[in-house]
Ligand binder design. Structure first.
Ligand code: SF4
Length: 892
């Protein structure tokens, strides 16, 4: 622990701290320009120079470590003169207008502080770069590099944090200029994360929204409304409108970074077609009504249907975009008010197989580790997920870890971006995860790469598994999966030998007829090699929507109560808190609700923030089912496809920027959602709407909540593993469950000593069952579906932001060889037909795709990709097989 003297005072600091960090801890302000805590210190601008006794010259504080006995002077006459000279040199070529326009920018503050005149003021402006890079074509970023002071922060943050390498320094010495690697940002490989604008100390790079609306007057810390990574953000508002979003520098997940969606895609809140008045549909026309009339309509009709056809003829869908509190209330409403367990959420169509597969093996159906383990892993096995597009902050962290030397194995039919950084890319045929993962297990056992201690103490059923897996040779798996046996051998060796190894998986693993089976096969690898219960290991699902983990965990699940408590266990605690019986029979899941609607057994559906019409597979069957319902209650921000096609009543809800609550991210972290703006028009928070309907149906005592925190405290009363997570504790940082008491610090890594079901986890013998979606002469292509960076799920939010300028609609991505053979060029419209339906969409040539395969996203209502997807479902939890459908195509 170095004992040092700073400005004459004695102090002690932890080892490995820089002079700058130590000064900041003491509240001593040392000026900097090129420094940003998110970056490796460079010492390039030299503004942070300080005197150190014994050193002939001043040293840079940002990259000099404190050593024992050091004596530091931060503001001697010598270093202050030096700083002033450095600033004068920079000011020689700096435009006056920039300083006036952005008085708070770091560089401008130091110019003022040191009373440095601008050369423009004295008529002596010299420009080292007669043609600075300027670009106003990007919807979110504005560049005017005449304000550049070559601090390299944009270059370094793009390289060191995002890993995109867009900004470059051209020329040398005085002639150095910063510009992207392409003529404009839009034509560069920029992913619009805005990190460059966030770090720029002059305003040379700036958010377009600031230029349009001016800076924020108020900031609110909250959690991103998009994906399950759970980045924290500061939302800047002015006059009731969001004008800017900035990353939270000390956020545990995002660490001062955001992707394009979190950073910029907020304009949907004020979209022109946002519905902020309750509406009823009469004779096909929507009529605005009061909240009283809308609530009475819902309550009266639910009561009528309860009387006519009983509890189990009604279904409720919670929302992955709603808060934990709201999803808790949605399932409580179904169980207490309606008396049914017919409650589900969109986890059904994404990670229900993860929850089931991991619960059957490890005893807990959630991520075993934390995102912080990315920096501790030596090898990554990325299976059926595309993190740099769909979970970009985790994707960027993985990319940085690989650039620092970690090994990467990618299992994916497409050459996703991470495949370019991978040691091994196993480009399997869609639908063949199970044989491929089985073959990896075969090699691990055959080559004695198992962790013997783990097998002895933490794993069961090894002998039976060894017998079973003998038949799954790499050669056999190669025939089925199309991945060469050699690659399978290499991947198994790398995963098992270069430890710790960490798995991430996504919907490419779960949205198959063997989704649950695939997850169990993946868990087998972790169990065999001891890659669990330790830092840098585990099996980690990347959850799609911001709160899909939370919505299922809060009990929007037909077979489980809050905390994933099975219906037949622990119901007493719920009945005692709810003062009402919990229905005993397992309810219908979303897919079963559709089946029951089709046969007339389900009469009513209340869909909260969930456009099942657009996102359910096999749209023809979904449409037929929804059309048979007596009552469809739609609660959303917009008239989505469900409302347009089938809605009887529309209840206008708030976005997460307009309410309080919590979200739960992919790594089991509960984080605060805070109200940044007042709700628009007469829109209400989902929890307020649910309470209003419950009260109208006579359940005032059970739904008499005044705030999100009150609801959360009830959640804590029924969910033992979350009992210690109070709002007060969430004030500064999220907490990961299990966190059973207020003195518990949360759990970053599960299964360190044991599993919830005992000391050993079983290896599961998973036989391969092929998908029925096989190519044929009539349907020769295999289409796989997924998300893209710039759009999000049903496009409800992102399609109402300038993200449409970055990606307008869905495209059918096709291998160039196939496109040429069919005479197709980029943008050509094609008629795509499957055994289940058809659509028309533009094609895009994409060399990342193998001939005979296709990829398309499902964001755009005008494309309606789910016209094509099949009725096939996972055998265990009924998750639809979105990832494989046989199609043909013709030029349209
Ligand atoms: Fe939001 Fe996910 Fe992007 Fe983070 S990575 S900013 S949570 S969309």
């Amino acid at each position: 622990m170095p004992a040092v003297t700073i400005n004459g005072q004695h102090h002690e600091f932890a080892e490995g701290i820089t002079i700058l960090a130590a000064c900041r801890q003491l509240g001593v302000e040392v000026p900097t320009l090129c420094h940003d805590d998110r970056l490796k210190p460079s010492g390039g601008c030299r503004l942070c120079v300080v005197n150190v006794t014994g050193s002939a010259r001043p040293v840079t504080a940002c990259n000099t470590l404190l050593t024992d006995g050091m004596e530091v002077q931060t503001h001697s006459v010598e270093v202050e003169d030096l700083r002033r000279t450095l600033l004068e040199l920079l000011a020689q070529s700096y435009p006056v207008g920039a300083v006036e326009r952005w008085p708070e920018k770091e560089f401008h503050r130091w110019l003022r502080h040191y009373h440095v005149p601008l050369a423009g003021d004295t008529g002596k402006l010299i420009s080292p770069d007669p043609h600075p890079f300027k670009d106003s074509t990007h919807p979110y970023l504005h560049a005017d590099l005449s304000q550049c002071i070559t601090c390299y922060r944009c270059v370094r943050i793009c390289d060191q944090v995002q890993g995109q390498f867009v900004w470059r320094a051209w020329n040398r010495g005085d002639r150095t200029r910063i510009a992207p690697e392409a003529p404009t940002l839009l034509t560069s490989q920029c992913v619009s994360c805005g990190a460059c604008a966030d770090t720029c100390p002059t305003g040379a790079l700036e958010d377009q929204s600031i230029l349009q609306h001016g800076g924020a007057a108020k900031w609110t810390r909250t959690t991103c409304p998009y994906c399950g990574v759970g980045c924290e953000m500061n939302v800047g508002t002015r006059e009731g409108r969001i004008v800017q979003v900035k990353p939270v520098l000390d956020a545990p997940v995002s660490k001062g970074h955001l992707c394009v969606k979190g950073r910029y895609a907020f304009d949907f809140t004020h979209a022109e077609d946002r519905v902020t008045e309750p509406m009823l549909r009469e004779d096909g026309e929507w009529r605005k009504v009061s909240w009283r009339e809308a609530i009475d309509f819902v309550a009266d009709n639910l009561r009528r249907i309860l009387e006519e056809t009983g509890s189990d003829s009604i279904g409720v869908l919670g929302s992955a975009r709603g808060t934990n509190e709201e999803n808790y209330l949605a399932q409580k409403f179904a169980r207490v008010v309606l008396g049914t367990n017919n409650v589900d959420c969109c986890a059904r169509v994404c990670h229900a197989p993860t929850a089931a597969g991991m619960k059957r093996t490890l005893g807990t159906g959630a991520a075993t580790n934390s995102f912080d383990d990315v920096e501790r892993a030596s090898t990554f096995l990325i299976c059926g997920c595309n993190p740099t597009e769909n979970h970009p902050i985790v994707g960027a962290r993985i990319k940085q870890a690989v650039l620092r030397g970690a090994k990467l194995i990618v299992i994916d039919p497409r050459e996703i971006e991470l495949a370019r950084y991978a040691e091994l890319h196993l480009q399997l045929r869609p639908g063949t995860n199970v044989p491929l993962l089985n073959a990896l297990a075969h090699v691990i056992i055959k080559e004695s790469l198992c962790d013997e201690g783990t097998l002895r103490e933490r794993v069961s059923e090894f002998d039976a598994f060894r017998e079973f897996i003998r038949a799954w040779t790499p050669e056999r798996a190669a025939d089925v999966s199309g991945v060469s046996a050699d690659l399978i051998w290499e991947a198994a060796r790398l995963y098992a030998m270069h430890k710790p190894s960490m798995c991430f998986h996504g919907l490419g693993m779960t949205e198959h007829v063997q989704g649950t089976a695939g997850v169990m096969s993946l868990v087998n690898l972790a169990l065999l090699t001891g890659n669990f219960g330790k830092p840098g290991t585990g099996v980690n699902p990347l959850r799609g929507q911001n709160n899909v983990q939370g919505s299922a965990h809060m009990g929007c699940e037909p077979a489980n109560l809050t905390g994933f408590v099975p219906l037949d266990q622990g119901r007493d605690a719920f009945e005692s808190v709810w003062q009402a019986p919990v229905p005993r029979a397992r309810g219908l899941n979303l897919m079963e609700m559709m089946d029951a609607a089709a046969t007339g057994k389900l009469k009513a559906l209340w869909a909260i923030g969930y456009d099942v019409a657009l996102t359910n597979p096999n749209a023809a069957a979904t449409t037929e089912a929804l059309a048979k319902l007596d009552l469809v209650v739609v609660q959303d921000l917009f008239l989505n496809e469900l409302a347009r096609g089938f809605g009887d009543v529309f209840l206008p809800a708030c976005s997460s920027f307009e309410k309080d609550g919590t979200f739960m991210n992919s790594e089991r972290r509960v984080q605060r959602v805070r109200k940044a703006i007042e709700s628009l028009g007469h829109a209400k928070a989902d929890w307020e709407i649910i309470c209003a309907v419950a009260k109208a149906m006579g359940f005032k005592a059970q739904f008499n909540f005044q705030s999100a925190e009150e609801i959360w405290n009830e959640v804590r009363a029924v969910w033992k593993a979350g009992a210690g997570i109070s709002y007060a504790r969430l004030e500064h940082h999220g907490l990961q469950w299990p966190c059973p008491s207020e003195d518990h610090s949360g759990t970053a890594i599960l299964h360190t000593e044991s599993f919830p079901h005992g000391t050993r986890a079983p290896l599961r013998r998973v036989e391969f069952e092929a998908t029925p979606e096989t190519p044929s002469q009539e349907f020769p292509f295999l289409l796989t579906t997924g998300r893209t960076l710039y759009q999000f799920n049903a496009g409800t939010m992102t399609m109402r932001t300038p993200n449409v300028q970055l990606r307008k609609t869905d495209t059918l991505d096709i291998a160039p060889a196939d496109a040429q053979r069919l005479g197709l060029s980029d943008g050509d419209k094609v008629r795509v037909r499957s055994r289940h339906g058809k659509t028309v969409m533009p094609v895009k040539m994409d060399s990342r795709i193998k001939p005979g395969e296709l990829f398309a996203s499902f964001h755009a209502a005008e494309v309606f990709l789910n016209n094509l997807t099949s009725p096939h479902r996972d055998k265990v939890v009924m998750t639809p097989e979105y990832k494989v459908v046989a199609v043909n195509l013709e030029k349209g």
